[in-house]
Design a protein around this ligand. Structure first.
Ligand code: TXA
Ligand code: MG
Length: 350
């Protein structure tokens, strides 16, 4: 990766280079079928409509970021509180300077290496960006997604696209075009189909406005990769719901079933068997389950687990489960983001 050379000092380490190269390969989709509708999508965005589009993480619900009225529609369709800021999707690092007066060195370094990819940087918002996009905040979240359909859309549109995940507020994020339609119906004007998302959980969000880069939401880029690229430790947000991360509510990403998180398979089987009602387990690998308990299998490998996480949560609802007892994957790499999402799904339980 020649971009690694640009950042200086510690970027050249072979380990980080190799890790980033492997991540980049993993972000690429195997099915891409909807590049032909990109121009239709541009027309929808230009008249102030909403377009759902694939990214490597989850599907986004997009509107022209410079059109306050269109952005307001996103909030209405999602049922999202107005103070809950959106991410503006851009074509690449060269766009940072269009959305912030002074590009922080940390944001430049991270995006040169990891964009397009599942990383969102928070910077100070330039005055021309409508405040509604940022939930009235003086900062703005920016991300360049690694998906051929999203990249083609951004290039053809030529401006930033504000987009949250394309689900109703608080529900499970969509990882296929069909998920989007099932959740949003005709409230979205056009859905671009780019196949199933490769990463499966949302982007890692980092605040680059201070001296220390702080992770506001764990996601597709593991923290150890950020630290490798920066050559410096990053901070972690104090706790769910702290003021810096308005979007990371303690309860979110929730299926209808009650979610309980436990650490071992045995505990999961016991809890599910004792649960009453229709109970299921979500495990990082196959296991023999007691009679009456539904088995949902995710991958043992954290990347594989992340890829199917939201599909399994949706499945729990389709199967009419009342209780889902989940064992998270190993807590390294993207496993940290998976555990975070499962915990928030569990916190949504009344
Ligand atoms: O992978 C992703 O990030 C997906 C795809 C579609 O790009 N998008 C996504 O958007 O997850 P959303 O709206 O579901 O989550 C955006 C998060 C929220 O938690 C929000 O609070 C946070 O980003 N955020 C946005 N602007 C922010 C800002 N200025 N400061 C702090 N957090 C911000
Ligand atoms: Mg979301």
């Amino acid at each position: 990766m020649d971009v690694l050379g640009k950042g200086g000092r510690l970027l050249g380490t072979t380990g980080v280079q190799r890790r980033v190269r492997l991540l980049r390969q993993a972000w690429q989709p195997s099915v891409v079928d909807d590049r032909t509708h990109v121009l239709d999508a541009v027309a929808v965005l230009e008249r102030g409509g909403l377009v759902a589009f694939p990214t490597e993480t989850v599907y986004g619900l997009g509107a022209d970021a410079s059109d306050a009225e269109a952005v307001t529609r996103i909030f209405a369709v999602k049922g999202r509180p107005a103070d809950h800021p959106l991410i503006v999707h851009v074509a690449g690092t060269e766009d940072l300077g269009r959305y912030t007066e002074v590009v922080p060195a940390s944001a430049l370094r991270l995006t040169e290496t990891l964009w397009p990819g599942p990383l969102t940087v928070v910077v100070r918002r330039a005055d021309h960006v409508p405040p509604v996009v940022a939930g009235g905040r003086p900062t703005l979240a920016l991300r360049s997604p690694a998906h051929p359909v999203a990249e083609a859309l951004l290039e053809a549109f030529g401006r930033g696209i504000a987009a949250p995940s394309a689900n109703r507020f608080g529900r499970v994020s969509p990882t296929t075009a069909a998920d989007v339609r099932a959740d949003l119906g005709d409230d979205v004007d056009l859905v671009l189909d780019g196949g199933p998302c490769r990463v499966g959980v949302e982007s890692t969000i980092v605040d680059c406005t201070g001296d220390l880069v702080v992770v506001l939401r764990p996601g597709g880029v593991p923290v150890e990769v950020l630290e490798g690229v920066l050559g410096a430790p990053v901070g972690r947000q104090a706790g769910p719901g702290a003021p810096a991360a308005p979007g990371t509510l303690p309860s979110h990403y929730a299926p209808r079933a009650t979610v309980v998180v436990v650490l071992t398979v045995d505990e999961a089987l016991d809890r599910a068997a004792a649960g009453g009602g229709r109970a299921g387990v979500l495990l990082p690998g196959a296991a023999e389950v007691p009679e009456g308990v539904t088995l949902l299998v995710a991958d043992e490998d954290p990347d594989g687990y992340a890829r199917v996480l939201y599909a399994r949560l949706r499945q729990a609802d389709q199967l009419g489960l009342d209780l889902l007892v989940a064992v998270p994957p190993a807590a390294h790499g993207i496993g940290v983001a998976v555990a975070d999402r499962l915990q928030r799904a569990a916190n949504a339980t009344p």
